[in-house]
Design a protein around this ligand. Structure first.
Ligand code: SAM
Length: 224
């Protein structure tokens, strides 16, 4: 198995399950046009987020790490008419591109893109009483993933889902001596997740057009 095979199989899956979608396609194109990194979730991963949000019946979603709004659109499309999604983004250009894409998707009424480092904007959300959220998707810088998870626990309730991307890092996650801060960041997060009594959680390895990585899924099982 190699990247080429993962990519063609991802294309096979996408061709079957994800019909051409002008809004999502334009979102990817905007990422390229703006010279932003193509580090959005793959189409089938976006649909997985959508399915999980539908399964949860999510009415309120928090996303940490917006980029151009690709995963945001997948998640927001699962919301009911009066649903709300807040997405946090540190980079002003990314936030501006995402706002345009969210407008094109007709989701401006449901989605708020909040600009700023998440460790600054999360306390703002708390002060404003924005919680509770039914689903939190963590997909920003990996160094602070554990802190984002702690905020997610504060902002959720029994039955909420907390999903975290990029927690395997091409397998480098098993290297306790790694000097890569992203690897150390996700190692710290995985350990905290595994030790957290308030969630039932697991990590699955993922391969596909975006390479080899992993996704953590946690169900909040206790009110606190
Ligand atoms: N979730 C997006 C998707 O799948 O379409 C991809 C998000 S991308 C992997 C990570 C994003 O997090 C980037 O846009 C980056 O600018 C943003 N980011 C990085 N550090 C951040 C921070 N401290 N606070 C908020 N956003 C941050």
């Amino acid at each position: 198995m190699n990247q080429e095979q993962w990519t063609v199989v991802d294309k096979y899956i996408t061709d079957l399950f994800i019909p051409p979608d002008p809004v999502l396609d334009a979102t990817i194109q905007s990422t390229i046009d703006a010279n932003m990194p193509l580090i959005n979730v793959a189409p089938n991963q976006g649909k997985l987020l959508h399915v999980l949000a539908l399964m949860k019946g999510a009415r309120k979603i928090l996303e940490i790490g917006t980029l151009a709004g690709y995963s945001t659109i997948w998640l927001a499309r699962a919301l009911p008419v009066d649903g709300k999604l807040i997405t946090l983004e540190a980079d002003a250009k990314h936030a501006a591109v995402a706002r345009d894409n969210i407008a094109r998707a007709g989701l401006t009424d449901k989605v708020e893109v909040r600009l700023g480092a998440a460790l600054d904007t999360l306390p703002q959300l708390e002060a404003e009483g924005q919680a509770l959220f039914d689903l939190v998707f963590i997909d920003a810088d990996k160094v602070n993933t554990t802190e984002y998870f702690e905020w997610a626990l504060k902002f959720t309730r029994r039955g909420s889902l907390i999903i975290t991307d990029n927690v395997v890092r091409k397998g480098a996650v098993i290297d306790a001596n790694s000097t890569d801060v992203n690897v150390q960041g996700v190692r710290r997060f995985n350990a905290a997740l595994a030790a957290e009594p308030r969630v039932t959680a697991t990590v699955i390895q993922t391969v596909g057009s975006k390479g080899y990585d992993g996704l953590a899924i946690a169900l909040v099982n206790s009110n606190f």
